[in-house]
Ligand binder design. Structure first.
Ligand code: NAD
Ligand code: UGA
Length: 361
């Protein structure tokens, strides 16, 4: 079996002075960035990813190579694999789990509902089962999603707002994940932090996301399809830059654990926390396309269609007061600056010429 060859006790990192973190979805967009940031500051990291073909697996392989070059140990395996997890937890005393593995994307669920159940429900439970009995029991930090707010019409979204109207199966599985982790917190005293990310973008991003596929289409002279809401209203997203998300993830790991009891001497009950990690300034999709046009120096062929009712919500907008207060989370990158960095990465990764705003295929 592939992973049995990979998991050699001698090759796994010893527990460093800092955190010892299992990062699932480490070859994914957010997972790769978080793993690198943890490694850079001296924490121990083991990555786990099943390299599934939801989008170009070669991009996942490139991210994993980047991690391996920095001596991050990356295991090719599935969070549903109980034997693999048992072996990993047996060999490494993880202080924290950063669970980022998931079937992402809202529209893919229409044709592929079972992959959401496999990774976001069954896989989550498999991982929680491994965590609940591990010694030490790791603090569990994981990616929920802004999509849990669903068709909420109150803006901005606060953590206590209603989450009972999911617009997609993806959203429903993330909402289920919140309930499931809460139950493990309650029954097994597992410390849980759920992070509701808002449309994350940046270098090494996901080719299935709009900013990425729009860049590709604009450069290749192909049309970009812009969804519009009821009465032709623009859709808007609280696009959040990857470096800001990474800072929020690291702050969550650093503050995760059991809350201290009276006088700080006794360990109190395990935490259950949920935070929005957004940018607090939504931008419409047509405006996002205009920013890309300016950065690429190419006019997009815009094709506007009515929102197809396949899982999208009209807008997202985060209230981040809780994360600001409890985690010191403070996003600093606006969409133009973040997309500029993305376009620069895109041009070098895919070999497009990029010179002072002029891009040539
Ligand atoms: P991604 O698809 O790039 O990363 C997820 C990784 O998990 C992939 O590399 C995939 O191969 C891996 N994976 C999937 N199922 C697995 C399984 N069963 N076992 C092992 N590995 C598995 O997505 P991302 O954008 O990096 O998202 C990271 C997390 O953040 C996900 O949980 C996602 O739902 C959540 N999230 C992302 C965004 C965003 O805009 N990027 C927004 C909100 C929430
Ligand atoms: C993103 C991620 O893909 C999800 O995994 C994540 O959970 C979610 O953010 C979140 O914040 O919770 P989404 O906002 O739909 O989901 O991201 P994109 O697929 O990049 O879409 C961004 C916007 O562009 C949306 O308004 C969408 O309707 C629009 N869009 C997308 C188009 O107008 N045309 C397209 O062809 C694709």
């Amino acid at each position: 079996i592939q992973w049995e060859k990979q998991v050699r006790v001698s090759a796994l990192p010893r527990r460093p002075a800092g955190l010892s973190v299992l990062v699932t979805g480490a070859a994914g967009f957010v997972g790769a960035h978080v793993s690198l940031a943890l490694k850079k500051r001296g924490d121990g990291v083991v990555g786990l990813d099943n390299f599934n073909p939801y989008y170009d697996p070669s991009l996942k392989r490139s991210r994993a190579s980047l991690l391996r070059a920095q001596k991050v140990f990356v295991v090719d395996g599935d969070v549903n694999d109980a034997r693999l997890l048992a072996k990993l937890f047996d060999v490494v005393a993880f202080t924290h789990v950063m669970h980022l593995a998931a079937q992402a994307g809202v529209r893919y669920a229409i044709e592929n509902p079972h992959s959401y159940v496999h990774s976001n429900v069954a896989g989550l439970v498999g991982l929680l089962e491994a965590c609940k009995s591990a010694n030490p029991q790791p603090a569990f930090v994981w990616a929920s999603s802004s999509s849990v707010y669903g068709l909420n019409d109150k803006s901005p979204f606060s953590e206590e707002d209603r989450t009972d109207r999911p617009a997609s199966l993806y959203a429903a599985t993330k909402k289920a994940g919140e309930e499931i982790t809460h139950a493990y917190n309650h029954i097994y005293g597992l410390s849980v932090t759920g992070l509701r990310f808002f449309t994350v973008y940046g270098p090494w991003g996901r080719p299935d996301m709009a900013y990425f596929s729009f860049t590709r289409n604009i450069l290749q002279g192909k049309p970009v399809t812009i969804y519009r809401g009821k009465n032709r209203a623009d859709l808007a997203r609280d696009f959040t830059y990857i470096d800001d998300i990474v800072k929020g993830c690291l702050a969550s790991l650093d503050t995760a654990g059991k809350s201290t009891g009276s006088g700080g001497k006794k360990r109190g009950p395990a935490q259950y926390r949920v935070f929005n990690l957004g940018n607090t300034s939504p931008v419409t999709v047509p405006e996002m396309v205009s920013i890309l046009e300016r950065l690429l120096g190419v006019k997009a062929k815009r094709r506007e269609v009515e929102m197809p009712g396949n899982g999208d919500v009209p807008f997202t907008h985060a209230n981040i007061s809780s994360a600001r207060r409890e985690l010191g989370y403070k996003p600093t990158t606006d969409l133009r600056t973040g997309l500029k960095r993305f376009v620069k990465w895109y041009s070098s990764y895919y070999g497009y010429k990029y010179n002072q705003g002029k891009s040539v295929h």
